[in-house]
Design a protein. Structure first.
Ligand SMILES: *Cc1c(COP(=O)(O)O)cnc(C)c1O
Length: 391
């Protein structure tokens, strides 16, 4: 332990140097950065009075996202959680259904499942991608589920499995092609929770455009931000229309009449948030390049410390490195590193508590062997990852 102490102090000192931090200056985990047209576009919004739920920046943000991701359709939403909720509803996820996801994710993934009245099935993550494991997924479906009239049934509970939500953790992509092949064989729809992976590509294609839906978040801690915001990606025109409709209070478009043909949601992205998003999207390539530089600096730094592993992007993918992460040898060592770093005003954070340990899911989920998630969660630390500091 004593040797680790000096080793950790040295690492923390080096991280602070990478970020050019002054003595006692706080280094956040991931801070937003505004150095482009943000103020200009926000002023345009205010001057035009179009600050609310319609306006030219919303249309432009959707088109910009289509261009960047290669998605056929994009529907701007109030946040990433609402985007996921609508995607799951359009996969016909209903009361008492089951939805497969990973236990190592932000709460939003599983909250969206709960909003539909469904419960999660927790399937383990892969140690390289930190995202849903196709092998564990297939093993679970083979052993514990069966098909009836092209519907996947969880044999023990008799419940229907409607969807699977892999999450591209910290910008590392799940092996999404394998996951989709497996899910297709079981008639399960795939919604990619790509909240963290704007700018991450798998086999040359942007994350979020493989599944029936993909959803991205523009919350303040993500790679770029609209204050609050999200987007639904889909390749199907009919689903895109339905998604827009549901997020717009299910209002049938008409110049003055108010007719709503089903229960809808007020999940639109306001124009003022879209203005911020348009300005941020212009800077995305620059932010991603700076995060790459930071990754190279971290790779060099951690190459000098044998028992700490800096997590690199898996083969066949290009990560946005949204949050950089290291693995320590044990939970005790993780905790002492966390203590020292945060004492030194260098924000470091453990991975999320595993979702099946939270009170609302303890007795309300289907559990499978999650040994990899349990191991990784106990040893992982996210380290400062903002782009601009690394210049
Ligand atoms: C950020 C995030 C979301 C969406 O969050 P919002 O704050 O609602 O935009 C969803 N899933 C994951 C994994 C996230 O990290």
């Amino acid at each position: 332990m004593e040797t680790n102490k000096t080793e950790y102090q040295e690492i923390i000192k080096n991280i602070r140097e990478i970020f050019h931090a002054k003595e006692n200056e706080f280094i956040p985990l991931h801070a937003p950065n505004f150095r482009g047209n943000e103020k200009k576009y926000l002023n345009e919004c205010i001057d035009s009075t179009f600050v609310s739920s319609v306006g030219p920046f919303v249309d432009r943000a959707e088109l910009d996202l289509i261009k960047y991701t290669g998605s056929k359709f994009a529907i701007a939403c109030s946040n990433g959680t609402s985007a996921l909720h609508i995607a799951l509803k359009l996969c016909n996820v209903e009361q008492n259904d089951l939805v497969i996801t990973q236990p190592f994710s932000f709460i939003a993934t599983v909250n969206a499942i709960s909003y539909c009245g469904a419960s999660p099935i927790f399937v383990d993550i892969d140690e390289k991608t930190l995202s849903l494991s196709p092998e564990k997924l297939e093993a679970f479906l083979k052993a514990e589920c069966h098909l009836e009239n092209n519907v996947c049934i969880h044999t023990e509970s008799g419940k229907l499995i409607k969807a699977c939500v892999p999450m591209h953790t910290f910008g590392f992509c799940a092996e999404i092609d394998k996951i989709i092949d497996i899910c297709n064989a079981y008639f399960i729809d795939v919604v990619e929770d790509a909240a963290e992976s704007l700018g991450s590509f798998y086999k040359g294609k942007h994350s979020g455009i493989f599944g029936k839906f993909g959803t991205i978040s523009f919350n303040g801690n993500k790679t770029i931000t609209s204050g609050g915001g999200g987007v639904i990606l889909t390749q199907d025109e009919d689903l895109a229309k339905k998604a827009k409709h549901l997020t717009t209070q299910s209002k049938v478009p008409h110049a003055w009449e108010f007719f709503h043909d089903q229960i809808g949601y007020n999940y639109r992205m306001p124009n003022i948030n879209a203005a911020l998003l348009c300005a941020q999207l212009e800077q995305l390539p620059e932010f991603l390049a700076e995060k790459r530089t930071l990754t190279e600096q971290y790779t060099e730094l951690f190459s000098h410390f044998q028992d700490i592993q800096f997590l690199k992007e898996p083969n066949e993918q290009h990560s946005n490195y949204w949050l950089c992460a290291i693995l320590l040898p044990s939970k005790a060592e993780r905790d002492s590193f966390l203590q020292m770093a945060n004492n030194s005003k260098t924000m470091c954070r453990p991975g999320w508590e595993l979702l099946f340990t939270l009170p609302m899911f303890e007795n309300n989920c289907v559990m499978t062997d999650c040994s990899t998630a349990i191991d990784i969660q106990s040893r992982l630390i996210n380290i400062p990852s903002s782009p601009y500091y690394a210049r």
